[in-house]
Ligand binder design. Sequence first.
Ligand code: AMP
Length: 317
Amino acid sequence: MTTIACIPYRRESNSRRIVMNSDAILTVGSIAIDWLEMPDGTEGEVLGGSATYFILTASQFAPVHVVGVVGSDFPQEGHDLYKIHTANLDDLQVVDGKTFRWGGRYHENWENRTTLFTELGVFGDFKPAISQGNRSCPFVFLANIQPSLQLDVLGQMESPRLVITDTMNLWIDTALIDLKKVIAKTDIFLLNDNEAEKLTGLSDPEGAGRELCQQGPKSVVVKLGSRGALLVEDERTVPVAAYKIDSVVDPTGAGDSFAGGLVGALAAGDSLIDALIVGSAIASFSVEGFGPAGLFKLDKDELAQRISVVRNLSKLA
Ligand code: AMP
């Protein structure tokens, strides 16, 4: 059994990434210390959270402004990583207490994941306060976090151009009323096929997407894991392929990385279809390493090559 005790992040430079000519994205999501257990016995503690995977990917294309909270136990490597991969941390609170912690165990088929524990820590009392300068960010990504927090953040924004939302099963079970309020205010709603079925009662992703389009979003993206994703709108349904990885190391955060590529590319001016292709391609890096390690090896040329493979596989011009 391999135990990885520390956060496997090595910075090459301490300077902030600068992305020109893209619109700013404001995001709220979990910033976590994860405990992960893989089917081959690999286990360990890594930096995690929906916002972490999102900033690592979206920051390749656009400036990201973060809303969130960490505790006094948040490691220096985590602070460094957030400094490098964001444009603005004015609304990141550092408070006394414990950082959000989540534990997950994967089973042989990767599709099944057991949550071992969820400890909200400082997220339990978190009250987001968006600074004046951040309220006008044109793109808002509500990463997976309590729907009440997503609503709170959205309520403080000044007419964003595009609101993109992600969620998870837990909130369908425990916070459905708030989640439906968030969906009603969302332009592009992301969820996986299990969540789509749970939310609508429809096992067919296209039917579920169509049903969700009636609840507010113009576009629904149903993520299908290694089978790619399906964009569903009133007028069209578009399948987007996945970039196949032979040996998956850890699928944690693939959905958040997909979202990072998608929202980052939209903020850089791509069409929705092009941005979905970017999301699919970039998510493939995420599954190649333990925790976020696969994203630390993200290479621009390799990404461009994967984008072109996904475009061809999806048979999209
Ligand atoms: P994904 O694999 O895309 O579902 O994302 C995994 C990330 O979600 C992990 O890094 C966790 O820290 C984070 N996560 C797990 N449960 C929750 C939760 N209840 N709220 C917010 N983030 C969570």
